[in-house]
Design a protein around this ligand. Sequence first.
Ligand SMILES: [Fe+2]
Ligand SMILES: [Fe+2]
Length: 208
Amino acid sequence: MTTMLGKMSPSITSMIRMDHTHVLAAFHQYQVDTPARVKKGLVDNICLALEVHAQLEEEIFYPAMREVSPDETLDKAKPEHDEMRDLIARLRALQPTDPAFDTTLFELMRTVMHHVADEETQLLPKAERLLAGQLSEMGARMTKRRLQLLGPRSGELAGSMARSMSTGTMFAAAGALAAAGGILLARRASAPSQGGRTAWLNPGRWGH
Ligand SMILES: [Fe+2]
Ligand SMILES: [Fe+2]
């Protein structure tokens, strides 16, 4: 695809790194003494972000990598996503006041950190060597698909953001959904986003 959108889009590798950064930032906001309501909001945001991110990678990024360089890291990526999905299902079945909520969240955090390390030190550099001419077009496809996936879940995203921000701190949890979430939330609020609270969600601030 040689459309203007494809040429102007941030690369898919930049988008993947940005998703990782925001999920890790949300993990860092979670502490054992965080109020239960805020814990629930953070976890809802983390889970939604991970589900969307994993699906985008599985549909767009991993197949492209498999064509140019199948390897062991790629082979274990999907099973690691499935491990995350199991932990997400367990978290959703727990109350935030249950001590198992903390331990399950920390287990998810450990799994995600390990997985992100493999992607950022192996898969993304390899993609930038082998798929250099396609990364922006893939980024555009990822944004389009993200909007499709998040559209039906915009209410869920807005609710979890509101709960997780109730401490009054500007945390980055929902930034994991930056590309589409910012657009969806800005639309929902129907308020100017430039310079306001939603400005940081603007995908235009992403680098290439
Ligand atoms: Fe990833
Ligand atoms: Fe992944």
